[in-house]
Design a protein around this ligand. Structure first.
Ligand code: SF4
Length: 360
């Protein structure tokens, strides 16, 4: 057995990979072998025939942002004529519409807007949780949390406690991109650094707030830096066990200042597979269809993923960067069924929610 095959065998059986072994597998393992090992691992973790997905929406409540990431086509600086901030009633109207479609996950996410006091979020989350008790508020990036803390001169812990009291249940882990200092300095020099991202997640998890972890790959990072990102996530998970799922997605370069090339479908599948094998302590791996499209998202279910993400009834950040992919519930379910699995609706925390497709 070659060294690569021995590593694949170990990882498929749940054995831990070192950083160097992960990098070697990511770079050298033949795609089909890497995918097969990840699929075996996934099948052991989630035996049975079900693939989950959530009915969710992402409401981009403000595009004003003082961070100015070069990979972002969504934000507008303060004072820009195209800058906007939704009123609470505008956000609530969108939540109402999404809940009427069966949404249980509400992701309110936007720029780091220094004009907004914490009261904006407290009043909003309180109103959402009072009017729509069936919806889980899974909202705000680590950067937004830190932006609120800075504006209000509060600790991250106090911000999270205040927002949790108002109805915030969990954090989506956005703003991670690649948690390697060199990469962050190149693509988001004004953003919180990797240590701060980890700190916000650690505090949230210590408070008992579930979180997911994300990865935006395909900008300026190397292969080794992709695996290093996984290593950062795995180390924190060893400590806290607070991540429910990992969600890798690739950078869409078409309308951003950074520009560059779009990752290939093969890159996407390799990243999914190495994520499943390397992250031996994270239960769920999500195949996002938003940037790679539904067909590739479908293929991701054979490369280590047990979850198809969400319906994302509304979203602007990735769309403005040039992604044109859309999917409704019927299309998501069809994509899952076409490869022999049974679609199951879940909530943010991977509990089953039984919603007939009639509402799609
Ligand atoms: S990615 Fe987020 S933090 Fe960065 S510029 Fe865009 S909205 Fe702001």
């Amino acid at each position: 057995m070659t060294e690569i095959n021995a590593l694949l065998e170990r990882a498929a059986n749940g054995g831990r990979l070192t950083l160097d072994e992960g990098i070697a597998l990511y770079r050298e393992a033949p795609l089909h072998d890497l995918g097969a090992a990840a699929h075996r691992r996934r099948t052991r973790l989630h035996p049975g025939n079900e693939i989950t997905y959530v009915i969710d929406t992402t409401i981009n409540y403000t595009n004003i942002c003082d961070v100015h990431c070069s990979f972002c086509a969504f934000f507008r600086p303060e004072g820009h004529p195209e800058g906007y901030t939704m009123t609470h009633e505008q956000v609530l109207e969108r939540v109402r519409w999404a809940v009427d479609q069966g949404a249980t996950q509400i992701m309110v996410q936007g720029g780091v807007n220094p004009e907004l006091p914490i009261a904006y979020y407290v009043d909003l989350f309180r109103a959402v949780s009072e009017r729509f008790p069936s919806a889980d508020i899974h909202s705000l990036s680590t950067s937004e949390i830190c932006g609120i803390a800075k504006r209000e001169q509060m600790t991250v812990e106090d911000v999270l406690l205040t927002l949790r009291k108002a109805g915030l249940k969990s954090l989506p882990g956005a703003g991670a991109e690649i948690l390697v200092d060199r990469v962050r300095k190149r693509i988001s020099a004004r953003k919180i650094d990797d240590d701060r991202w980890i700190e916000v997640m650690r505090v949230a998890q210590r408070l008992g707030m579930p979180t997911t972890a994300t990865m935006m790959f395909g900008s300026v990072e190397t292969d080794a830096e992709r695996v290093r990102h996984l290593d950062v996530i795995r180390r924190l998970q060893d400590e806290t066990r607070g991540f429910t799922a990992f969600i890798p997605w690739y950078y869409v370069p078409f309308k951003t200042p950074l520009k560059g090339k779009e990752a290939t479908g093969l890159d996407y599948l390799r990243v999914l597979a190495i994520s499943r094998l390397y992250l031996d302590n994270i239960p769920h791996l999500q195949s996002s269809w938003l940037t790679p499209g539904l067909k590739l998202g479908q293929l991701g279910l054979m490369f280590g993923c047990d979850d198809m993400g969400g319906t994302i009834l509304e979203e602007k950040v990735v769309t403005l960067a040039g992604s044109t992919n859309t999917a409704n519930r019927a299309e998501l379910e069809r994509a899952i069924r076409q490869i022999g699995y049974t679609p199951v609706v879940r909530d943010t925390y991977f509990n089953r929610r039984d919603f007939a497709l009639a509402t799609a």
